[in-house]
Design a protein around this ligand. Sequence first.
Ligand SMILES: Cc1cc2nc3c(=O)[nH]c(=O)nc-3n(C[C@H](O)[C@H](O)[C@H](O)COP(=O)(O)O)c2cc1C
Length: 401
Amino acid sequence: MNSVYANKNIVLGVTGGIAAYKAAEICSALVQGGASVHVIMTESATKFVGPVTFRALTGHQVITGLWDEPREFEIAHVSLPDKADLLLVVPATANIIGKVANGVADDMLSTTIMATKAPVVFAPAMNWKMWANPVMQKNVEKLTALGYRFIEPECGRLACGEEGKGRLASPGVILKAVADVLAIKNDLDGVAILVTAGPTQEPIDPVRMIVNRSSGKMGYAVARAAVERGAKVILVSGPTDIPEPAGVELVKVQTAAEMLSAVMARLPEAKVVIGAAAVADFTPKSPGNQKIKKTGDELSIELQPTTDITAEVGRNKGDRVLVGFAAETENLIKNAQSKLASKNYDFVVANDVSKPGIGFGADENEVTIIGKDGSVREVARAPKLDIANEILDSVKQALGA
Ligand SMILES: Cc1cc2nc3c(=O)[nH]c(=O)nc-3n(C[C@H](O)[C@H](O)[C@H](O)COP(=O)(O)O)c2cc1C
């Protein structure tokens, strides 16, 4: 069978929400695609749909309790997670997300999630107030940083009769997300990649600083995508609110000068350098040792240029692959091409930060990847993780060349 699901072992977790019946359609599509699907239902889920539905669809015993006598696996909560290529939770209640985010393993599903090394994908569905609850959002943020994936719920009419964001994503979206995760290649296995991310902060005095609008999301997405593809990642990051991503070696810095020394110190280990950080171009020449007092007079702060980090890497590049970013507000391609040449990049990732909804702080981006060989690849608007994978595809090609 020529399907991305063919011969894959998928554990489907079903939890206790009204959308539980929709899990049957997903289950059926996966089985039809050639996957071997094992279903774990929470006790609450069984109040909404009967296990017999999933047993009939999958041909396998459905596990509903930690203390069930498993017929197919010796110790199901250990053998199932080992066997799984992917664990999908449809629908995912606020409860299961909260449990996983806090290390609770008190039923078969949460225990299996805790014990698996396979990718875990949650498709949440709940009342819009539950989804919008800051506790819920913190849990999602925490789990996302740890490498768990979420298929965002949709906006619309909810089963409770209210309108809002919380409806289970459509089967097509869920199946595509599963296919994308199953298609992740381990094609950067062991490749050492140095990534920079985030803004830098340049002190004016002990309480004030010059910053920029970079959130660090693009660089963190590159780091995460690289780890997922097997790379050994060193992430040199300016100050961000993003939780530490799983599997990377994180080096935290504050100023452009600190980022420069961290990058140059780790450069010998790296085969690839991806400079996604928005490094300050200027820094106060003589930052005050004490807080500068307000006197009513004008204040001039003398700025001096910082060392251009990616250009410095470019000068010491050796046989490394070097990728830089060009965040521009005008003449995007022309400005990006001149950076590519002057800084000895192999690729420049150009994005127009003046466009709403992409670039700084956004969850999505839209970029043009320009190669030193003259190649120009437009990458349509997509989540930053997808953009990161496109960039890594170019890197992979350059490594193979
Ligand atoms: C009729 C009904 C519908 C529910 N729908 C949802 C839902 O859509 N999403 C959700 O997160 N919780 C929903 N709940 C609450 C969960 O069932 C409850 O939090 C339960 O503890 C979840 O257990 P589980 O995560 O182990 O399946 C619903 C409860 C009831 C009674």
